[in-house]
Design a protein around this ligand. Structure first.
Ligand code: DX5
Ligand code: ZN
Length: 225
C-alpha cells in the first residue's frame, strides 16, 4: 500500500505571516507543502513566484510540491528548481512540449508531476506517465481555493490506478481542490494517495488534529478495501 501523504496548500495560508504558516504546516505533521503558482493567464488569478518558494524553503524541511498553473511552465522550471522545489507539476493543457518539459525537470534534479484539469480526460496524461512520478487530478477548476470538490473527477484517479498497475508504473496520484476530512476517504478509495488541502487545513484552530483525522480517514478507507 502506498502511504497517504497530506499536503497543505500555502494558497490558503495567511499571506502576512507566511514563515509562521509554513512552520505551522510542518509542526502539524504534514508530509509535503503544496505551493500554487498562477500567472493570471492560464488561470484567472495571481499567486506566488520563485522568491516565495525560496522563502518557504528556509522555514521547513517538508518537500515543496510546486504546482505550476502557467501558460508557459517550461520558461520557469529552472527558477523553481533553484528555489528549492522537490517536485514540479505541469499541466498538459498549457502551451509547451510536455515530454520535453518533464525531461528538463528531471535534469534539474526534481521529481515530475503531470496535471489534468477537471474536464481533461485521463488519456491526455497517459503518454507521459512513464516519465513522471506523480499525476495530479484537479478536483476543482484551478485558480482559487475554497471551491467544492467535483466528485466526478475521482473516477480519473481510479483510471490512473488501473493504468499504473496494468503497465507496472510507479507514480503517486494526487488530488487538489475541495479536499477535506469529509471526503478524504472517497479520494483514497478512488486511488489518490496524496491529498492537497488548503482551506480545510489552514483554517483557524488545530491543524495537527485535522491532518491526523484526514490521514486516518484516508488510511481506513484504503485498508478496508
Ligand atoms: C487551486 C489550487 C489548489 C488550492 C486548493 O487552483 O491548485 O491547490 O489551493 O484549495 P482548497 O483546498 O481550498 O480547495
Ligand atoms: Zn494546487
Amino acid at each position: 500500500m502506498r502511504p497517504i501523504l497530506i499536503a497543505p496548500s500555502l494558497l490558503a495560508a495567511d499571506p502576512a505571516s507566511l514563515g509562521e504558516e509554513v512552520r505551522r504546516a510542518g509542526g502539524a505533521g504534514a508530509d509535503w507543502l503544496h505551493v500554487d503558482i498562477m500567472d493570471g493567464h492560464f488561470v484567472p488569478n495571481l499567486s506566488f513566484g520563485p522568491a516565495i518558494v525560496a522563502a518557504a524553503k528556509r522555514h521547513t524541511h517538508l518537500p515543496l510540491d510546486v504546482h505550476l498553473m502557467l501558460s508557459h511552465p517550461d520558461r520557469y522550471i529552472e527558477a523553481f528548481a533553484r528555489a528549492g522545489a522537490a517536485l514540479i507539476s505541469v499541466h498538459v493543457e498549457a502551451d509547451h512540449d510536455v515530454a520535453d518539459t518533464l525531461r528538463r525537470i528531471k535534469r534539474l534534479g526534481c521529481r515530475r508531476g503531470v496535471v489534468l484539469n477537471p474536464d481533461t480526460p485521463f488519456e491526455a496524461a497517459e503518454p507521459f506517465l512513464e516519465d513522471a512520478e506523480l499525476v495530479l487530478a484537479m478536483t476543482v477548476y484551478p485558480g482559487f481555493g475554497g471551491q467544492p470538490l467535483i466528485s466526478g473527477v475521482l473516477e480519473k484517479c481510479a483510471r490512473a490506478r488501473s493504468h499504473r498497475s496494468a503497465r507496472g508504473l510507479d507514480f503517486d496520484i494526487e488530488v487538489d481542490g475541495g479536499v477535506g476530512v469529509e471526503n478524504a476517504a472517497d479520494c483514497a478509495r478512488a486511488g489518490a494517495n496524496v491529498l492537497v488541502a488548503g482551506t480545510s487545513l489552514f483554517a483557524e484552530g488545530d491543524m495537527a488534529e485535522r491532518v491526523r483525522r484526514m490521514r486516518a480517514m484516508a488510511e481506513a478507507a484504503v485498508s478496508s478495501g
